[in-house]
Design a protein around this ligand. Structure first.
Ligand SMILES: NC(=O)c1ccc[n+]([C@@H]2O[C@H](COP(=O)([O-])OP(=O)(O)OC[C@H]3O[C@@H](n4cnc5c(N)ncnc54)[C@H](OP(=O)(O)O)[C@@H]3O)[C@@H](O)[C@H]2O)c1
Length: 310
């Protein structure tokens, strides 16, 4: 499959990134292995996780996703075939934030859970107002010098936060070369505008999360009675009305024209956005993943894009 350069990180990724928050949460170990197998079999290579996944689930501490992913990498001897992405900074039992000593220890804990000697792309999960950005970047620089991390990025940074980080990094190797924003057909304002322009100007790779709006854009939630369809259904309450339903209507029309599904069209819309390198989506079964995969070969027309962009 054709790979795209991930900004100036030196990494190359296929146009869909697999989201790992489901590993050990809504997908147990076997289901996670099946999803990962289907993903690489379809020709994709980049997998996104975070130290904190899935701390929100009852009885979990964080680290469950990295552990399952690490077991899969080991079982399949897959380290060299994937671009491995994880994050630091969300609250864990051992700490939180982006202070230098914490980043170093959190990275080592992630490497241990993943069972690997380096991470390809390491994200600051959220900006940390308590820590000077220079301290955070120095910590990332040290990890790069130690060979533990190849490239770094920022997630959930707005234009002002990102500009501050880019200015502070100058030409150093700890410069954020990739942004991971919340961006999809439903939620557009957090990325479009100043942040999008800054990324384009500075040549950052962009890998948006919640590409399917947690499953809403698959079209499986259309009324309140559908909200029990999955553990995430409760998050869709505000979407199954008004603009949310208009977007599903547009997805239905465009997908019918292409003999595709709403999920494929929602991903193809992101893949076609100038400035987006590859959307991130998760799947809880191999069948779901197999439905998502053809999005990479789906080419939307200008008319489709206008109709979808509500
Ligand atoms: N940087 C950040 O702050 C941040 C925040 C959130 C997420 N992320 C990243 O983004 C990734 C994606 O987020 P997400 O998983 O929450 O949302 P998403 O990709 O928008 O939604 C994925 C969910 O939709 C459902 N789905 C997927 N394919 C389907 C299909 N073919 N048919 C029916 N349902 C389907 C599945 O859930 P069910 O089967 O349970 O319905 C799946 O887990 C995460 O794994 C994580 O890597 C990053």
């Amino acid at each position: 499959m054709q790979k795209r350069a991930l900004g100036t990180s030196g990494l190359e990724i296929a146009p869909l990134v697999l989201g790992g928050n489901v590993f050990g949460w809504t997908a147990d170990r076997d289901a996670s292995f099946a999803v990962l197998d289907a993903f690489v079999d379809a020709g994709f290579n980049a997998v996104d996780t975070a130290d904190v996944y899935s701390r929100w689930a009852p009885g979990h501490q964080g680290g469950e996703s990295e552990t399952v992913l690490g077991e899969w990498i080991k079982a399949r001897k897959a380290r060299d075939r994937i671009v491995l992405i994880t994050k630091v900074g969300s609250e864990m039992p051992a700490g939180k934030g982006l202070k230098a000593a914490y980043i170093q220890s959190a990275c080592e804990a992630s490497l241990k859970r993943l069972g690997v000697d380096h991470i390809d792309l390491y994200f600051s999960h959220f900006p940390d107002k308590e820590t000077p950005i220079a301290e955070t970047l120095e910590a990332h620089q040290r990890l790069i010098a130690q060979g533990k991390v190849r490239a770094v990025g920022g997630s959930n940074y707005d234009a002002a936060n990102l500009k501050e980080a880019l200015d502070a990094a100058g030409g150093s190797r700890a410069r954020y070369t990739v942004l991971q924003p919340h961006y999809n057909l439903v939620v557009r304002d957090q990325f479009e505008g100043a942040l999008e322009h800054l990324c384009a100007k500075e040549g950052l790779g962009v890998i948006p999360y919640f590409a399917l709006a947690s499953g809403f854009l698959t079209g499986k939630y259309r009324s309140e009675s559908d909200l029990t369809k999955s553990a995430r259904g409760g998050r869709m309450k505000d979407l199954v009305k008004g603009r949310g339903l208009d977007i599903l209507g547009a997805l239905d029309k465009v997908s019918a024209r292409h003999n595709a599904t709403p999920a494929q069209v929602a991903l193809a819309w992101l893949m076609a956005r100038p400035g987006v390198t590859a959307p991130i989506a998760s799947a809880t079964t191999a069948a779901q993943l197999k439905e998502l995969a053809p999005a990479a070969a789906l080419s939307l027309t200008a008319e489709d894009i206008t109709e979808l962009t509500l």
